[in-house]
Ligand binder design. Structure first.
Ligand code: 13P
Ligand code: SF4
Length: 393
């Protein structure tokens, strides 16, 4: 019998989507599944830790490694600083002497680092397939179309865009061009306060949950003040009157990790662990955040655990790598993951030790792999929006 690809049920002419899911080929319009070139060391190589250490040592101050809180332990071990997306953006900007910024996080974070660092610095993403499904939910074309819809409804002039850090450089540039600001989960309230001083309405991109949770739970707006703009429906699925009556126009995007926590997880953990404090990230659904005891960004979650009484019990609704590290760091407290089925952020997890070793060793050999560059025009407007965020009180 001849063995063909068809024998194994594999399409001999895979579609672009299939290739993307396999982490091959490239889609310049997507953060996901971009081909990662290069010979990676085997994951089973027992010398990986030593190789990473040796390469980092050889590079010295020429390299600065940033690690987002959702990265794997094996990667965090080599990070010069760890943080949430806000802290890492500031840390990257504060390191002008490092030639290479190796960003262990996802694509939009590396883009922001490129925007905030100097021309002489290069930002490296160890695996180009580390994108973000939320960022992919708002494309430049869709957002431009939305702005036309707002113009037709006569409200574009009084609407200020506020975009979550978790968005592409194109969306940040759109935001900057239209007088808006970027926000992160640590400063969303301040960003919204600023925006409502500039205009009467906010277009919040792309995470509906962070937008709704901040507006309703921290700013005193009602759920009726918020409308959901669906980019897949004509006019966003909204009438001009609905748009005119709204205060918050929320983009229909969400995080595929935090969006999976549900009310049942909260009820179940309360039953299982009496006296537990439920602490969740604001990317969770409104019903989950409302049922929780506390809500906050990853930095907030870390600080809350640091300040907690020994013996206290915590159920945390955020990415699993971080929750596991918190449980390990606080053996005197009971720290559990909020849900039994929600798993790691698959794109954050793409950065592993083989990719980090490959990136560092390439730099040692004089090759700069996986450089993330934002074109000057996009950078100019995206930087204006990021600078507004960094200047928020
Ligand atoms: P922060 O880093 O702002 O807490 O956002 C969480 C997240 O989902 C990052 O991808
Ligand atoms: Fe994107 Fe959510 Fe993963 Fe963050 S945790 S990178 S928002 S998918």
């Amino acid at each position: 019998m001849t063995t063909t690809t068809e024998t194994y049920g594999v399409d001999p002419n895979p579609t672009p989507l299939a290739l993307l899911l396999l982490g091959r080929e490239a889609d310049p319009r997507s953060e996901r599944g971009v081909e990662c070139p290069g010979d990676l060391p085997a994951a089973s190589d027992p010398d990986l830790v030593e190789r990473a250490r040796a390469a980092k040592e050889k590079l010295g101050d020429r390299v600065f490694i940033l690690g987002h809180h959702y990265q794997r332990d094996e990667v965090i071990e080599f990070a010069d600083v760890t943080g949430d997306s806000f802290k890492l953006a500031r840390d990257a900007a504060a390191r002008p002497e490092a030639e290479y910024i190796v960003f262990c996080g996802v694509h939009f974070m590396a883009e922001s680092a490129d925007i905030l660092t100097s021309e002489a610095q290069q930002v490296v993403l160890p695996d180009l397939a580390a994108g973000c499904s939320m960022a992919d939910m708002a494309t430049a074309e869709q957002v431009a179309e939305c702005w036309d819809v707002l113009s037709d409804a006569g409200i574009a002039d009084v609407t200020v865009p506020v975009s979550y850090m978790n968005s592409s450089a194109d969306i940040k540039a759109f935001t900057g061009k239209h007088g808006g600001t970027i926000c992160t989960s640590s400063n969303a309230k301040r960003a919204l306060e600023w925006a409502f001083e500039q205009g009467q309405k906010v277009l919040f991109l792309p995470d509906q949950h962070l937008g709704r949770n901040t507006a309703v739970l921290e700013m005193g707006f009602s759920l009726e003040d918020c409308v959901l703009y669906n980019p897949h429906k004509p006019n966003g699925g909204l009438t001009a009157e609905e748009l005119r009556n709204a205060k918050m126009i929320l983009w229909r995007g969400h995080c595929s990790v935090h969006g999976r926590f549900n009310l049942q997880s909260v009820e179940e953990v309360r039953e299982r662990i009496p006296g537990v404090t439920v602490l969740v990230h604001p990317e969770c659904k409104h019903e989950v955040v409302t049922a929780a005891d506390m809500v906050g960004s990853t930095e907030y979650i870390i600080k809350a655990l640091d300040a907690a009484e020994p013996g206290s019990k915590w159920a945390i609704g955020t990415e699993l790598n971080l929750v596991r590290r918190l449980a390990k760091a606080h053996p005197d407290k009971e720290v559990v993951f909020l849900d039994r089925t929600v798993c790691f952020c698959s794109t954050m997890n793409r950065i592993d030790l083989p990719h980090l070793v490959w990136a560092l060793e390439s730099l040692v050999e004089g090759r700069v792999p996986n450089v993330i560059t934002v074109d000057p025009e996009t950078e100019k407007y995206a930087k204006a929006a990021l600078d507004r965020m960094l200047a928020l009180p």
